[in-house]
Design a protein around this ligand. Sequence first.
Ligand code: FES
Length: 366
Amino acid sequence: MSSNFLNPVNTQTWANGRHVVRCVKVIQETWDVRTFCFMADQPVMFFFKPGQFVTLELEIDGQPVMRSYTISSSPSVPYSFSITIKRVPGGRVSNWLHETLHEGQELAVHGPVGLFNAIDYPSQKVLYLSGGVGITPVMSMARWFYDTNANVDMVFVHSARSPKDVIYQRELEQMAARIPNFALHIICEKHGLGEPWAGYRGYLNRPMLELMAPDFLDREVFCCGPTPYMTAVKRLLEQVGFDMSRYHEESFGATPADARADAVEQAEQAAEAPEVPASDLHQVEFVDTGKSIRVSPGETVHAAAAKLGLTIPKACGMGICGTCKVLKLSGEVEMDHNGGITEDDEAEGYILACCSVPRGDVRIEY
Ligand code: FES
């Protein structure tokens, strides 16, 4: 890399949208978890709020696939960003990424977005609770506070299946060894024969939590992991009277693996919808393609496009990821999003097609 690459004058700052990035490093974290690091060919400062995620635009077996992953690196290392992915048995996307994504390969990402982040819920005392590969967003937060010498007291409690599954173990231990305001506790569900483990065993429970963070009721809690893990954590906290307005969790919901199949499915569902009086129908026009359609109340702009055979890229389907962002040229929509669009984008007329319902006739640039 030339020094000119890092010249601030030539450097752009990352903003929510579509970007082409290049995989520059693949790190084997554990036996089934890898970190993929990305940079842009033109210098870009990858600023984001620690805890946010990106959506990868992939093509697997000739099919478009969008999949969201939390950024595991910290914006304190801004010229690149990383995602950490566990290979899931039978998981089409994670296996494809492990087998195919290599150094030098380019791909498009959308983002960064996400409400689950360290910046929007500031606190001087935090408790990170993670299970398995759910460690990634809280690792990003911990790295950020560590690198920026923030006056934030962190207790990091990570649950792994077994000692060989602990992601980032050495880095976490190093952080805990170097600064007083970072306490680390690792819980292993079990350990194999001949596998030494002197730490906590089993599942996180109230006595463990009281030992690890006696003041946990005073902390802002960030939780990420498999759904049963998060359900159990939530129940534990509710039972002890924790103020749940200070509990934050990462929940992606179902992420459709195949944007095209999803569009077809929506179109089919729409075809079965009951008749609606013509006066209640709204016209949705896609200006670039010259196609338009009348939609029933409650139908989204994305569904309207799908009926016309137009595939607006989509990942989360719930207004989180920002993948389906399109420009609205005229008309009104009701957008029920979950943080997948910035106020600036909204002010410029952008909407998220997956969660925007026309209130009247609308014209879309697509
Ligand atoms: S698909 Fe994620 S915001 Fe619409």
